[in-house]
Ligand binder design. Structure first.
Ligand code: ATP
Length: 267
């Protein structure tokens, strides 16, 4: 519980369809990761799946979403750890937590251990910093190897990073499958916008949405998400505090294309 950023108790499943675009990543994972976790009896020997997967690419492109979705499809328990919590522990404490984490994951197989910003935990430089980070790194390597060497163990470690070049070479080698998660295409941005605006009253037509998707060239999925959230607040922002107290939700005006254009200036 001490190291799980998002406890297994409040994990919300993510459907494949919730991830816009990234079609080739999805099909790769279905064959290489998800089916083997579901049907380990079919994926033995030379078919044995990789136990370490690295997702790399710009921030906010859906790496966490993919990891959660893999866990959901594979019906695996999801353990998400936050490196900053680990590295702030007392000397020796962090290693014990890593050991415990893998033991708990082993007791809940199939399990996925997701390490966001894995570069901050297992970087090239951390070895030079001090002995305790070096020991922590070694502890991780031992467990990664342990998971990889046993066909029975159904623990998958997914690392995510925006700075793959910062990773220690020994660590990078353990992440046998490495997948680049790019910025969304126009079609993917369009899907994200459509999904979000469905949740509010709006007056946008398809060509408005297409135009917005075009204008958001270079935005990450997280940026598109922030922009839609900002624009969706416009009808509320126009209310006085007194009106806000009494207004009924169905009386709110629709979100307009102008609200989105305003949001584009801010986000
Ligand atoms: P970071 O590197 O900053 O940790 P990340 O790559 O893990 O980011 P996520 O946390 O998965 O990114 O994405 C952030 C949010 O952006 C998601 O909760 C979702 O709302 C939105 N998002 C990003 N990419 C997509 C996508 N491909 N489809 C749908 N939503 C997306």
């Amino acid at each position: 519980e001490q190291i799980l950023g998002e406890s297994i108790h409040n994990f919300k499943p993510v459907a494949w369809e919730d991830i816009a675009g990234l079609e080739s990543a999805k099909s790769t994972f279905l064959e290489a990761i998800i089916m083997p976790l579901r049907r380990p009896d079919l994926f033995t020997g030379v078919r044995c799946p990789p136990r370490g997967v690295l997702l790399f690419g710009p921030p906010g492109t859906g790496k966490t979403l993919i990891a959660k979705s893999i866990a959901s499809q594979a019906r695996a328990k999801f353990f998400s750890i936050n490196p900053s919590t680990l590295t702030s522990k007392w000397v020796g404490e962090a290693e014990k937590l890593v050991k415990t984490l893998f033991a708990v994951a082993a007791a809940h197989q199939p399990a996925i251990i997701f390490i966001d910003e894995v570069d901050s935990l297992l970087s090239k430089r951390s070895g030079n910093e001090n002995e305790s980070t070096l020991r922590l790194k070694n502890e991780f390597l031992i467990h990664l190897d342990g998971a990889a060497s046993s066909e029975e163990t159904r623990i998958l470690v997914i690392g995510a990073t925006n700075r793959p070049q910062e990773l220690d070479e020994a660590v990078r080698r353990r992440f046998v499958r490495r997948l680049y998660v790019p910025l969304p295409t126009k079609e993917a941005r369009l899907k994200i916008i459509e999904k979000l605006i469905r949740q509010v009253k709006h007056s946008l037509n398809l060509s408005d949405v297409e135009q917005l998707a075009e204008l958001m060239d270079g935005y990450s999925g997280a940026d598109v998400d922030s922009l839609c959230r900002y624009a969706s607040m416009a009808p509320l922002r126009s209310l006085s505090p007194t009106q806000m107290e009494v207004v009924k939700s169905h009386e709110l005006p629709a979100v307009t294309i102008e609200d989105f254009k305003e949001a584009l200036k801010v986000i």
